[in-house]
Design a binder for this molecule. Structure first.
Ligand code: KG4
Ligand code: ZN
Length: 342
């Protein structure tokens, strides 16, 4: 069963053709990084306008690379929630139009859940499991009894971790997206050059918080009570140390809470997903702190950041469960329902 996956929740336009939920025949990703670089983050209106121009050519390319045409497709899957409203609407309406024109069923899928599915594509998943999503827009922990049976047990109370990386990078005068830039800069940094205490205990131990850490870095970089536009007061070597200390503190929080979730539930499988799992440093830190009885799965190269393959893959399972197409009045959901995995 060939599924066309369409992803346009934020600033990546992507389309992929995936067979039976696992075999990736193509996965074309058109990044808009150049467009948003000067703004230090995604400019929503520009993102959706670019999607309008680029999405159909991206779909064309994905079909060509997979060597198929629309008669070979059994289903269209599209990221319907959560994300930027304008960006979501372009993808969803494209999927509906193609579904109508080609007479092929379509289903909307949850983008956050698809990030976790990305780690399940190479081999059949094992449950029960803990799921950890660390991306530019989301940071959450969930328990998973099956691919589509997930329950959120904690999430960020303020910034998403990727957002904290992007904002901290901007404070350090590094380009967007900040995560990879901070990782590069931190390579020769000393994590102990700055003292950063762990966040105060939260009511729900599985919730996250990154805003205090972000402010701490701002003050170290620009002086107490400085704002984002104040000049840097640290030199280049200190910048490296600060990047390293920030990265370490952010990842330590994620790892500590994830291991606590594994410990409390007794679950031995851990699936991770989202753009921040692109970080080699995060994978190394996880590997160092993981008890040997826990099996750790993360997305393979190219599947961490937003992509159409994870949408097509999860869409295959959503369709099996629903036994049918979504109606054409299905709405795009920017926020709110991201915690309802359906
Ligand atoms: O999953 P994603 O493509 O988009 C959302 O769904 O939000 O994640 C993008 C995020 C950005 O915030 C980016 O800075 C972060 O992933 N990221 C990283 C790294 N590579 C990407 N964060 C830390 N270290 C990295 N190496
Ligand atoms: Zn994402």
């Amino acid at each position: 069963m060939l599924v066309l996956g369409i992803e346009s929740t934020c600033d990546e336009a992507s389309a992929a053709v995936v067979q039976d939920g696992t075999r990736i025949l193509s996965n074309v990703i058109a990044s808009q990084t150049d467009l948003h670089k000067n703004f230090g983050g995604v400019f929503p209106e520009m993102a959706s306008r670019r999607h309008v121009e680029i999405l159909l050519p991206v779909i064309d390319q994905a079909m060509q690379q997979a060597g198929c045409n629309f008669q070979d497709l059994a289903l269209i899957a599209v990221a319907q929630k959560p994300g930027l409203m304008g960006s979501l609407l372009v993808g969803l309406n494209t999927a509906k139009s193609l579904s109508f024109a080609w007479n092929i069923p379509y289903v909307g899928v949850n983008h956050v859940q698809a990030h976790l599915y990305a780690a399940m594509m190479p081999s059949p998943p094992v449950f029960p499991a803990i799921g950890l999503v660390v991306s530019g827009g989301h940071t959450l922990l969930c328990t998973m009894q099956d691919i589509l049976d997930c329950k959120i047990i904690g999430s960020t109370l303020d910034d998403a971790i990727g957002e904290a990386f992007d904002k901290t990078a901007s404070v350090l005068n590094l380009p967007y997206p900040g995560g990879p830039e901070i990782e590069k800069l931190a390579l020769n940094g000393n994590i102990n050059a700055f003292t950063i205490n762990p966040p105060k205990p939260l009511k729900n131990p599985f919730d996250f918080t990154f805003s205090g850490l972000k402010t701490k870095i701002l003050y170290f970089a620009k002086g107490n009570n400085a704002n984002r536009n104040s000049p840097l007061t640290i030199d280049e070597p200190e910048k490296k140390h600060l990047a390293a200390a920030f990265q370490h503190a952010a990842f330590k929080q994620v790892i500590d809470k994830t291991l606590l979730a594994c410990q409390k539930t007794g679950y031995k499988n851990l699936y991770t997903g989202g753009g921040v799992t692109n970080s080699k440093t995060l994978k190394n830190m996880f590997a160092e702190s993981m008890p040997p009885e826990i099996s750790f799965y993360y997305p393979s190269s190219g599947l961490s950041l937003d992509n159409g393959a994870m949408i097509a893959g999860l869409g295959y399972h959503v369709y099996q469960k629903k036994h049918g197409s979504d109606p054409y009045d299905l709405e795009a959901l920017p926020t709110g329902n991201q915690f309802v995995f359906s």
